[in-house]
Design a protein around this ligand. Sequence first.
Ligand code: AMP
Length: 306
Amino acid sequence: MTSQTPIAETIKDLSQELLLTLAQAKARLLAEDPESSRPLTVGFVPTMGALHEGHATLIRRAREQNDVVLLSIFVNPLQFGPGEDYERYPRTLEADAALAAAEGVDLIFAPSVEAMYPGGDPKITVSSGKLGTIFEGKTRPGHFDGVLTVVNKFFNILLPLTLPQDAQLTAYFGQKDAQQLALIQRMVKDFNQQITLKSVPVVRADDGLALSSRNQYLNEQEREAALVLSRTLATLREKYITGTLGPDALDQARAAIDSTEGVRLDYLEVVDTDTFEAPTSDQARVLALVAAFVGSTRLIDNMDIN
Ligand code: AMP
């Protein structure tokens, strides 16, 4: 291990390490300001690892805003369908720990599958409802139930540790996974979870490609072909802003993606950011969403277009 950031690998380890970390943070706070009665703040950044600048941006935001920063790294089998890339998903714990340490993460939680799901898949899971069955959920049935179940478990593991310490938990998610973000916001509200959610915009490479751990699967030609996704979203934004985005423009955009060699469009749609339905009011924040296979790699991207 190249880093100084403690890695808590099981839930028991996490509990011990987090309580210690919170106690140390509280002591630091009181040393700086003996009168301080403000609650400790804990920023939580859940990931599947193979960390890149998108994750680093979330970590930095959490670091700026909290006393304690906790990162989870867990490739969650529940959110992968049959034939998807669960086995080959990149696992780079050492490099991830080095990045986390450099960004000032206090504690990494990297549980085993057995620690998270003792005795196999859980019998009770979170249902993502209708929003979980469209777009990503249509192509990846069960994906969002798996995401919400693991995020719910993380929150349930963390909240009892933080609340008695008078600590406030904020979880950080990327707008790169816009539908996931909308579903987690819904879950926190519907389940009355005492947690604040914050999000960061999509982080892109210089040429516009949205950063993703799955970009590692792309060869040089595929990486080049994948640029059609962000370019098409940018074109849609241009058209929306100038009032020229009609159904024809959307069809042309779909054709532009589908006619790119090595790229197969799954969906391209313009939706209301909160409901993922067709935008109805001028006040709505409007999002263009895309998913496509580039070679055998499935990529998603989205852009605020108003
Ligand atoms: P993942 O490891 O892919 O599950 O992602 C963990 C978190 O990082 C999620 O909240 C993602 O939305 C966020 N994330 C991943 N890629 C990006 C990106 N390019 N820009 C912003 N956030 C991202």
